[in-house]
Ligand binder design. Structure first.
Ligand SMILES: [Zn+2]
Length: 476
């Protein structure tokens, strides 16, 4: 009974992990060859002139193409019809057509021999790769074999993975939090490895030096705002645990390790497919004019342009354009309170107002102009750029919409520095899609004239408003 139970446990574990090449449970036909199998080496799909194939339920791969890609060395002895694969201090020797093999001179038996097909030597992948300490995975649904570098040369186990938690976070950037708990700190030299996988989208964390306690099991997760649908865990090799997060989109989490090394926290941003700005019957845009008249610096070298004035003026213009289209345009700060003596409202205060549920803000747009150099001398950098936070799919989509709308200005000579990711405070901590626009450089002696021009400001305001409206229209 005990034997049956543990055998069942191993089979279930292998099935759950997709860790077994198709060597059990499959139909066994002596001449059954299938070619529809893809091969990934260290996360990159390998295209070989002779494709890998599955024969008698074993994956055979061209020896040179695969093991040289893994950093190994391959030698062929034509007289003896023998192939030797070397990696670090291990060597595996195979003879064409023979099931006898050796690993560092010790005998081993294969169930499918190395063979020559289309003038290429094909060898059983799993046997050779695992003998050389590589990690081999089979994804049946994707017909994908992946081979990865050894996580860590076999080392004594550090401890167990003793908890796995999936829970709701508190903001758009920390919508879903996966916490992996350990009985001993992560290795200082090889703490963990991450892997972003596609079709379907998954994010994996490998923990070398750990084993899995049976109490820790797979979990499903259901929250329409979350990109996470499940978290799976398994013992990938004798000394490595793999955690796989199943995702609705290719979201990469931010990862933090607790100071004591006992937990790894993955924070996933809100699912972009959830964004429904009109769900509450209204479209609300929060416009954020950067800085204040009492903010130090933030002016052109000749003092003819103050950034707060440009930002406040642009917000006023865009606000009017949005309101003309029936959109509710709120501002994060009340510029009429900027009387030259009041202190600048903090970034935290701007974020608090944006995130206040009473305001029902759908998107957040922070208005700025750019600067470079020491602030005293004119410098050459020029052009428009817009930032979104981290891996935010919606933030990037909003920034791209503004970029498309601004195309006429680029055609007229405004340099497009592009759409970029950054971790500026107001776009990081606001809970809705958020961007920060830098309209141009007031430290550039030519561009500052544009930034001061009423007609240029009017033109740029129409592009900003158009980009915002186009984005909202795409999601309503
Ligand atoms: Zn600024």
């Amino acid at each position: 009974m005990r034997i049956q139970k543990s055998f069942y446990y191993i089979i279930v574990l292998l099935l759950l992990l997709g860790a077994g090449l198709p060597q059990f449970g499959g139909k066994v036909h002596a001449t059954n060859i299938s070619y529809d199998v893809r091969l990934q080496v260290n996360g990159v799909e390998l295209k070989l002139d002779v494709p890998p194939l599955i024969k008698d339920n074993r994956t055979l791969v061209p020896v040179r193409g695969v093991f040289e890609a893994l950093g190994g060395k391959v030698e062929w002895d034509a007289a003896k019809r023998q192939v030797t694969v070397f990696y670090q201090d291990t060597k595996v020797l195979l003879t064409i057509g023979s099931t006898a093999a050796s690993v560092n001179e010790a005998g081993a038996v294969l169930d499918v021999p190395a063979q020559i097909i289309n003038q290429r030597t094909l060898i059983p992948l799993r046997f050779v790769a695992e003998s050389l300490n590589f990690l081999v995975n089979w994804d049946g649904a994707q017909r994908l074999v992946s081979v990865n570098e050894p996580a860590v040369p076999s080392q004594p186990l550090l401890g167990d993975v003793d908890s796995l938690k999936v829970e709701a976070g508190t903001s758009k950037t920390e919508n879903t939090i996966v916490t992996i708990g350990l009985s001993a700190p992560l290795s200082a030299t090889a703490p963990y490895k991450t892997l972003a996988l596609t079709d379907p989208d998954r994010f994996a964390v490998d923990l070398p030096g750990f084993s899995l306690t049976p109490a820790v099991t797979d979990q499903t997760y259901a929250d329409e705002k979350s990109p996470v649908t499940a978290v799976r865990i398994g013992q990938m090799t004798a000394d490595t645990v793999r955690v796989v997060v199943d995702l609705l989109e290719g979201a990469k989490p931010t990862i933090t390790v607790s100071p004591d090394g006992l937990s790894i926290v993955l924070k996933f941003a809100q699912y972009s497919g959830y964004f429904k700005p009109l769900e509450d019957g209204k479209l609300v845009v929060m416009l954020d004019p950067g800085h204040w008249s009492t903010t130090a610096g933030k002016r052109s070298p000749d003092g003819s342009l103050r950034e707060y004035e440009f930002n406040q003026d642009m917000v006023g213009r865009v606000k009017a354009l949005l309101e003309a289209q029936g959109i509710i345009a709120l501002t994060s700060v009340d510029a009429s309170l900027d009387n030259g003596t009041t202190p600048e409202p903090s970034l935290a205060e701007r974020v608090r107002i944006a995130n206040d549920p009473a305001n029902a803000v759908d998107i957040f747009v922070s208005f700025h102009a750019n600067a470079s150099g020491n602030g005293k001398d004119w410098t050459t950098p020029a052009g428009w750029e817009t930032f979104y936070y981290g891996n935010s799919i919606l933030g990037k989509s909003l920034a791209k919409s503004l970029e498309r709308a601004t195309a006429p200005a680029f055609a007229a000579g405004l340099k497009n520095r592009g759409v970029k990711s950054a971790d500026f405070y107001v776009i990081k901590y606001t809970t809705m899609p958020a961007i920060l626009i830098e309209h141009g450089f007031y430290t550039n002696i030519y561009e500052v004239e544009k930034l001061k021009s009423d007609s240029w400001r009017a033109e740029m305001a129409t592009y900003d408003a158009t980009g915002i409206i186009d984005f909202l229209n795409a999601y309503k």
